[in-house]
Design a binder for this molecule. Structure first.
Ligand code: S3P
Length: 194
């Protein structure tokens, strides 16, 4: 889809989302732009932005790197699942997942079985995502080994795709154009019914 030309939405207008929707979920690998796009979507719709990593950190009273170091990844993933279940209770919310959240079957089922949820996959090739992450000042334990991170990306890619009702290739898009593409898709009759 050519996101730049398919939307006629005015970027200053408040967007009203279809009434059956209760939350939008943004998924994708680290560096996909989930938080940036999520904040922009929240400001366009008037909905609340919730970042699952931040939600988890607040609940646990520790940062993501501290949790990885203290608990190891398996226990971190358990905390992430309980944080997800709690986050899914919020309505009128734009929820940005962690890059690894869809790896757990429990998490995918939770998302798929929560009514009023529309999931969007922000896609891009691994080298683009990796370069974007290198420019960000965010500590990400699973990026310490780039080769292992690329394997994770390959494993997760089909999971992100299957979970989402809409996929945007963000490689050549600004966050603003990505938001435009998402809002246009949500306002296509029938498109946001899962
Ligand atoms: C992770 C992604 C991070 C965070 C944690 C693990 C992953 O979230 O949950 O560092 O396994 O991909 P972002 O995708 O928001 O960076």
């Amino acid at each position: 889809m050519n996101a730049a030309t398919t939307s006629t939405l005015n970027p200053l207008e408040r967007v009203v989302l279809p009434s059956h929707l209760k939350r939008l979920i943004l998924t994708g690998f680290m560096g996909a732009g989930k938080s940036t796009v999520g904040r922009l979507l929240a400001s366009r719709t008037g909905w609340t932005f919730l970042d699952l990593d931040t939600h988890l950190e607040r609940r646990a009273g520790a940062t993501i790197p501290q949790l990885f170091a203290r608990l190891g990844e398996t226990r971190f993933r358990r905390l992430e699942s309980t944080a997800l279940a709690s986050a899914l209770a919020s309505t009128n919310t734009i929820l940005a997942l962690g890059g690894g959240t869809p790896e757990e079957l429990t998490n995918r089922l939770l998302i798929e079985q929560t009514p009023g949820t529309f999931t969007i996959f922000l896609d891009a090739p691994f080298p683009t995502l990796f370069d974007r992450c290198m420019l960000q000042d965010i500590a990400r334990p699973v990026l310490q080994d780039p080769a292992a991170a690329e394997l994770r990306f390959a494993h997760r890619h089909p999971l992100y795709t299957r979970l989402a009702q809409f996929v945007v290739d963000t490689a050549d898009l600004t966050p603003e154009v990505t938001v435009k593409a998402i809002l246009a898709a949500l306002n296509q009759p029938g498109n946001s019914h899962s």
